[in-house]
Design a protein around this ligand. Structure first.
Ligand SMILES: NC(=O)c1ccc[n+]([C@@H]2O[C@H](COP(=O)([O-])OP(=O)(O)OC[C@H]3O[C@@H](n4cnc5c(N)ncnc54)[C@H](O)[C@@H]3O)[C@@H](O)[C@H]2O)c1
Length: 511
């Protein structure tokens, strides 16, 4: 694999014309990509392929997975994941040019272009434990492709991988190619930038699509084929083409920069609490500078999700492997601040509740790592939703947790919490409620963990009336009207803002 400067669209067009579309075997061919397979029917594979199928009616898209139950769900009325607008798109295309199948081998054999969209969790063993991504699933797909391809294929790594992973995939494929002259492969990098909760709109109107590949004639031709798929709906100027390594690194850097913004404002939130500054005012005033911008400056109980921590750790490991200690320490700080923020929030709850949660009931509103997603997947070594961490700390203090989340299924929450706190403790101390009012009944405190819109609309006077007194509310998303809550009678604690107490109860006056 060669590297080089980013390719311009003209070079790509020329490559495409010169090679008469993709002809990986060097012969003239006017074959175009008509069949795509995506290996991995998860949060990325499912929505991405649903959107490709909806925008490219001339292309047949098959999503395969080794998990047959997941495939059954994709073929049913109840999809395995929740994303706004996903249901409609899948139901419109399924059976037309979108298929879900557990027959990985047949789908790979028939497709001209293969997306690898399998999970790449943080390693929990051996070299790089707790830092490096585990590429065993990516490697196993590469081996399956090598075994059953049967002809030329463009293999596209969509999973988030460390820099040079494409080289490992290519090594496996080229070994098969040497033994079978009918095979030929090009490996491209096409990282996915969608965000859970807005996956469909992100895919339909991406800020950019990034495609990296070999800077050879055949590499450029393969890039051009993938460009032509996206061009069905993405304006050409939003499709960026680069060399393979730039593309792989960009995905890690993009997530690290986003996570860094969150850790930065969360670090500021602690300064605000100690000084009387208000993090909302600071974020707004700083974010109006067009060089800084307002996005990702919302203080909170910390970032979660399947990607941020994993990808920053991936970058840390890369820096360490390259002997770049200072760079590794810098990015590790982003993760450290996130863990500290979760611990800080849990400590605030314990501290404000007279340093003991024993026998106290706490209503936890929200379990998902952010609104509009039910994803709280636990991958060993990477606990994703901050709720899992905060709950763990509170359970250790003997609290009884009554958790309500509008989307996350009860068995999912119990499984996640059992992973970190043990099933015996969870069975004794955790109750999942299907209504916020039931969760808050007789509770000493409400803790807001996810910024679900519906939490803004609740009848807090009704909630307050059913709670033990004094009733506290800990707003981990800095999302509610604190003055209103104080008027009702709540003791309100949040992140990066002054704690608010009801006047009549304040012995020392408002502080
Ligand atoms: N979830 C996100 O928001 C997001 C966003 C951008 C990028 N990514 C990256 O995309 C990749 C996929 O993430 P995801 O969230 O979709 O993961 P996921 O866990 O939801 O789905 C991965 C799927 O791959 C399947 N799989 C694993 N090995 C397989 C094999 N050998 N053959 C067939 N199927 C196999 C699993 O059964 C699983 O269903 C990861 O690298 C992730 O970092 C995720």
């Amino acid at each position: 694999m060669s590297s080089g400067m980013p390719t311009s669209s003209c070079t790509i067009c020329a490559a495409r014309k010169k090679t008469n579309r993709w002809s990986l075997d060097g012969t003239d061919s006017d074959m175009v990509v008509k069949k795509i397979v995506c290996v991995g029917a998860g949060y990325v594979g499912g929505p991405t392929c649903a959107v490709i199928a909806s925008q490219c009616p001339d292309i047949q898209v098959t999503v395969v997975d080794m998990n047959a139950e997941k495939i059954r769900q994709w073929n049913s009325d109840e999809l395995p994941i929740y994303e706004p607008d996903l249901d409609g798109i899948v139901k419109k295309c399924r059976g037309r040019n979108l298929f879900f199948s557990a027959d990985v081998v047949t789908a790979i054999r028939e497709a001209q272009l293969i997306f690898i969209s399998v999970n790449t969790p943080t390693k929990t063993y051996g070299l790089g434990e707790g830092r490096a991504p585990d590429l065993k699933y990516v490697e196993s797909v590469a081996r399956t492709i090598a075994e059953c391809a049967g002809g030329p294929k463009i293999v596209v790594e969509k999973s988030t991988v460390p820099v040079k992973a494409a080289q490992s995939i290519a090594q496996i494929l080229y070994a098969a190619q040497r033994d079978n002259p009918r095979l030929s492969f090009q490996v491209l990098s096409n990282p996915e930038f969608l965000a859970e909760g807005t996956a469909i709109s992100d895919l339909l109107k991406p800020d950019r699509v990034l495609i990296g590949g070999d800077q050879t004639a055949q590499g450029l031709a393969a890039i051009a084929e993938l460009v032509s798929v996206y061009e069905h709906w993405v304006p050409r100027e939003r499709i960026i083409t680069t060399n393979t390594w730039s593309s792989e690194l960009t995905k890690l850097v993009a997530n690290a920069l986003l996570a860094q913004r969150i850790s930065s404002i969360n670090a500021v939130s602690a300064i605000c609490e100690a000084t009387g500054a208000d993090v909302r005012e600071v974020a707004h005033a700083a974010g109006t500078d067009s060089r800084i911008g307002p996005k990702f400056l919302q203080a909170s109980v910390g970032f979660g999700g399947s990607c941020f921590q994993k990808d920053v750790l991936n970058l840390v490991y890369l820096c360490e492997s390259l002997n770049l200690k200072e760079a590794a320490d810098y990015w590790m700080g982003v993760v450290n601040i996130n863990n500290w923020q979760r611990r800080r929030f849990a400590d605030k709850i314990i501290c404000e509740m007279f340093n003991t949660l024993s026998e106290k009931r706490i209503a936890m509103f929200g379990f998902a790592f952010k609104k509009n997603t039910a994803d709280t997947r636990y991958e060993p070594g990477s606990r994703e939703s901050s709720s899992i961490y905060v709950a763990k700390h509170l359970l250790e203090e003997s609290a009884h947790l009554c958790i309500y989340d509008p989307k996350v299924p009860a068995d999912h929450m119990i499984a996640e919490l059992s992973n970190v706190s043990g099933s015996a403790r969870v069975a004794k101390q955790v109750f999942v409620c299907n209504d916020p009012y039931a969760a808050a009944k007789n509770a000493h405190a409400i803790v807001i963990m996810t910024e679900w819109d519906e939490f803004k609309e609740l009848d807090y006077a009704r909630l307050y009336a059913s709670m033990m007194k004094p009733a506290s509310l800990f707003d981990g998303r800095v999302m509610l009207d604190h003055n209103k809550l104080v008027d009702i009678g709540f003791y309100v604690h949040s992140i990066g803002v002054k704690c608010s107490r009801p006047q009549a109860h304040s012995v020392r006056g408002p502080n």
